[in-house]
Every structure is written in C-alpha cells, then in structure tokens.
Ligand binder design. Sequence first.
Ligand SMILES: *Cc1c(COP(=O)(O)O)cnc(C)c1O
Length: 499
Amino acid sequence: MKLIYEQSRPGRRASSLPRYDLPPVEVPPELRREEAPRLPELSEPELVRHFTALSTRNFGIDTGFYPLGSCTMKHNPRVNERVVALPGFKDLHPHQEEESAQGALELMWRLQEILQEISGLDACSLQPAAGSQGELTGLMLMRAYFEDRGEGARRDTIVTADTAHGTNPASVTMAGYKLAKVATDARGNLDLDDLRSKVNERTAGLMLTNPSTLGLFDEHIVEVAKIFHEAGSLLYYDGANLNAVCGISRPGDMGFDIVHINLHKTFSQPHGGGGPGGGPVVVRETLEPYLPVPAVVRDGDSFRLDYDRPKSIGKVRGFTGPFGVFVRSYAYIRSYGPGLREMSEIAVLNANYLLARLRDAYELPYDRLCMHEFVLSARSLKREHGITALDVAKRLMDYGFHPPTVYFPLVVPEALMIEPTETEPKERLDAFCDAMLAIAREAAESPELLKEAPISRPVRRLDEVKAAKRAIVTYGFDEHPDLAGEESSGRQLEAQKGA
Ligand SMILES: *Cc1c(COP(=O)(O)O)cnc(C)c1O
C-alpha cells in the first residue's frame, strides 16, 4: 500500500469550495512561511479510499477474537452507543447549571450506588480516568486517612504481589510509598509466610488483584485481610479482574477497604489504543471523607455536586470524570439487571473451556480451575523446539486471532495469558483452540515457519526494541542519513511502508 505522500499529485484537491470573494488580509512578512507546506494533494475519493483501506488493517473486537489477558476485550453492545448519543447526554456542557443537568447527575449518582453494591462498600467517586489513576487516588486516600490518625509518617510501605500488574508498583512509587513484594506460592496464592514477614507497624496497606493476574482466586483472602487489619493497615483491591466475580463475590466482603473498577474492562467501553476509560474508586465508610471533590449527592428528589468536604484529597481529574464512559457502563449494567452474575459465570466457563482444551499442548504452571482468564507457558516448546511465547503469539496473527498477553505475569516464564470473555460463542472458542493446537504441532514440525511469523499480515515481524527506542516517525531515508546503513532499520521502514 502506498503512503499518502506517494499518491500525491500537484494541484489535486479533496474539496471544491467557491473562490473567496473577501479582500485578502495582509499577513506581515515575518509571519509568512518561505516554502509551501508539504501536504499531500489528493482527490476526495482517493483520500477516502486511502483512509478506509488503512482502517481495515486495524484489528479490534469488531473484527475478531481478542483474548488479551487482563484487558477484558469483550463485545461492546451497540445499545450503549444509542444511549450515550441521546441529545441530553451528548450535548451536555461541563459548565452547565446543575438544575439543567439533573438527569446526568442522577445517572452518576445511580452508577455510584450500583458500584457500591457490586463492591460491597459504602461510598464512591467516579472521577479517576482509568484503573491506574484509581490506584493513585486510592493510595492518596490511604495517606490522608493515616495522616488524620497521626500515623502518616510511620506508615510508609505498601505490600504488593510479585504477580502484580506494572501499574501497581508504579502507583505505589508515585504516591511516595515504599514497596514490599510478596511471593506467590505453589498453588498461585500469596505466600502467607512471606506475607507475614512483610507486614508490620510500617505497613500502610496491601494492593492486590483477586482473582490475580494468574486468573486464580486467592484461597486465603479472608486470612490475608485479617493479617493487614490486625496490623492497623488497609487493603486496596485492584478491580481490573472484576469481570470474574460480579454478583458472585464482593471485594468489600473479602475484607478490602478501597476498590477501583476499570469501567472500560468489566463494564464495556470501546477501549484499547489509549482510551477512553474510567476508574471509579469505591471505599468503606471510614474513608468517605477523603474522597475527591466534587461528590455527586442526592438531596431528596434532586442531585447536586458537593464541594464541601474539608478532608477531601481534592480533585484528581477535570470536572466530574469521563461522562460518556459513565453512560455506557450504566446502560450496560442496567441491561443485565440482576442477571449480571451470568456475565461473570460465562466468562469463567469460557476460560475453563479453553484451559481444558489447551492444557495438554502447553504447560500449565498452576494446575487449578481458573477464573475468567488463565496463564499457560510456552516453556516446553522452547526447551524442545526453540519456540517462544512471542513466536506463538505472532503465528496466531496468521490464523486471524489477536495474540494473548505475553511475558506477563513475570512469575511465569514464556507466559501466555488468555482471557476469552463471555461474549464469544463456542465455535469461536473452538477455532482459537484449533489454531493454538495447530501452532503447537507446527512448533515440532516446522519451527522455522513460526520464527518467520506473521507471514500473512501487512506488517511482518519488526525489531520491536528498535521500533520503540529509535522510532522512525518521518518518511524517507534521506532524512535519516545516520540510519541509512542499518539493515534492520531498512527492514523496519519497508515494513512501515507495507512492502
Ligand atoms: C488494566 C490493569 C490495570 C490498569 O488499569 P488501566 O485502566 O489500564 O489504567 C491495573 N491492574 C491490572 C491487573 C490490570 O489488568
């Protein structure tokens, strides 16, 4: 496929407006550019074709199966888009008077109530824009809570698991806490002995995902909560894996005090590629005073924003949060109604079905029933045939599937983390398993094919390190004389051109 600049022909235009009939304005010479900008010149149909062709090279949940572990790439019901496009929602202005935005405030208040019920906790702020921002907000709440009790200086450490998502340690560091990492035991639970040795009077809290990034529910979670609470510290629940437990178990009942919910994962938003997302935090009553302002509150039959919270940590995001995300998640949850638990049950069923079909061809590091996702290892393929998790992932693209998450969690070598979600029919799951099994056979029979993969995609395998560290974001070798001699950069550029 040609770059838009290669299709450009001098004088072609994608618009045909009448000639202007206003007197020209004199632009001062020092503000005038010396050369015309190098913009592509195309006719409108060629322009439309160019971008339409590019768009068909994207892979998304609307084009195929997307088992990217931990990311919950599920189908986004189109009814959500109908609802969010209603004029009263779509045309809302953030500076609008509260009296004229009652419906929007009511929706936010109701969403808060629902998230409290799902979490088993008492108060909610919808403000944070993503799970990671919810983490930072939650840690700021912990700090405010302990400072209020005169324990702020003493409690300086947060405990996380060695399976934790990268955002957990990053948030802990950003919030100014020290990190203590707990090992995973042979069944995939937190190692209780290691845990006990790391909890003391300096511990502010625990940050944990449950089910973990291994897709396993911690069998000692009640005991874990007791250990932290007896030390006077708090428990933070990373809700990224809530899709496994909705309506079945609640973080608040497990003993967690603060929860973030990734609305874009569990409660369906078109996500990936950077947004939009939502990461509301839900807390126990004791932490409510510290929640961000403004709070959305109900006074009888009306709703308003409450800024009068003297102990609040303040604002964590502009205005009141990502409103379109709230509308979609609210529509999504309400369309399930009390049947929301079926969502999680089927997500867990689908994952266990895949696990049962794939466990003989790939290594299973923790041999238990999984929750909504599971982690396999390509370790045996590597040992026997030199085939890595990356090779498997790249080959899956030839079979028309988005690869699973790879090399995470870090405790599993050659990890393949697979999350099918509840919105896939059995036929699609079977097709994916057939491809995974075929790839395991190919690893033995024709490993060189897997090393070359993907072979059928517009872009072949790239030098990913170089692509990230020395990204070529402009076109043309002459502009990068320092790279001209480098063979792999040349390949990379060929790939970018879609050669
Ligand atoms: C996705 C994820 C996060 C971060 O959430 P974002 O909404 O992407 O910021 C944190 N923890 C886990 C386990 C996740 O899967």
